[in-house]
Design a protein around this ligand. Structure first.
Ligand code: HEC
Length: 178
């Protein structure tokens, strides 16, 4: 029965391909998906590499980020990045080698640029992509400041964010040579 069906399907496609010139088939394609506009591609093409490649224009400080955090993040991540219903974002420094390792941005993440990428792409959880780039820079600065990694008035932009060295960076090893 199965083999019989396969022959039927093959015969069907053979019939179509004989009845249509090849160019027509190629032009019509399998009708999967839709072609995206340049704008739509740009909206989805937001990867930021560890070295900062892909960071957009814009800037922000921890001071500006406090308001962004309170309005958009605090409900889930708690006052100052701890004690919320979702992931703890601050603290855990020096805990990774203890019996109770606490992985946070500050204690674990190797690159500050990833924080920008992640927040812009995925947060706030219920409305990802809703923050302006300046707000993402600002809330990134706020979280790095709360983790004791940068000063409160440090301005983060595409250059200065890429220069921030995360405390745990050197404890990662390459699984392969880059
Ligand atoms: C509605 C709740 C909610 C809100 C609001 C929210 N988050 Fe999250 N956040 C989550 C959840 C849930 C996760 C875990 C997601 C996962 O593991 O896939 C998470 C994970 C994260 C992480 C990764 C933590 C880690 O160490 O893995 C960061 C960073 C983060 N959020 C930042 C933010 C920032 C910044 C904002 C505000 C702009 C924000 N979140 C707003 C729910 C929320």
């Amino acid at each position: 029965m199965f083999t019989h069906n396969r022959w039927l399907i093959a015969a069907f496609y053979l019939a179509i391909s004989i009845s249509m010139p090849t160019e027509t088939l190629a032009a019509e394609g399998p009708a999967l998906g839709i072609e995206l506009s340049a704008d739509e591609v740009a909206t989805a093409d937001i990867t930021v590499m560890p070295d900062g490649e892909g960071l957009p224009a814009g800037s922000g400080t921890a001071k500006a980020g406090t308001g962004v955090y309170v309005a958009n993040c605090k409900a889930c991540h708690g006052e100052k990045g701890t004690g919320g219903i979702n992931d703890t974002l601050v603290g855990g420094h020096g805990s990774l080698t203890s019996d109770r390792p606490q992985k946070t941005i500050g204690s674990y993440w190797p690159y500050a640029t990833t924080l920008f990428d992640y927040v812009r792409r995925a947060m706030p959880y219920q409305t990802p992509g809703s923050l302006a780039n300046d707000d993402v820079y600002a809330v990134t600065a706020y979280l790095l400041y709360l983790n004791g990694i940068i000063k409160e008035n440090k301005e983060l932009n595409a250059d200065t964010l890429a220069e921030v060295k995360m405390p745990n960076r050197d404890n990662f090893v390459w699984a392969y040579s880059p």
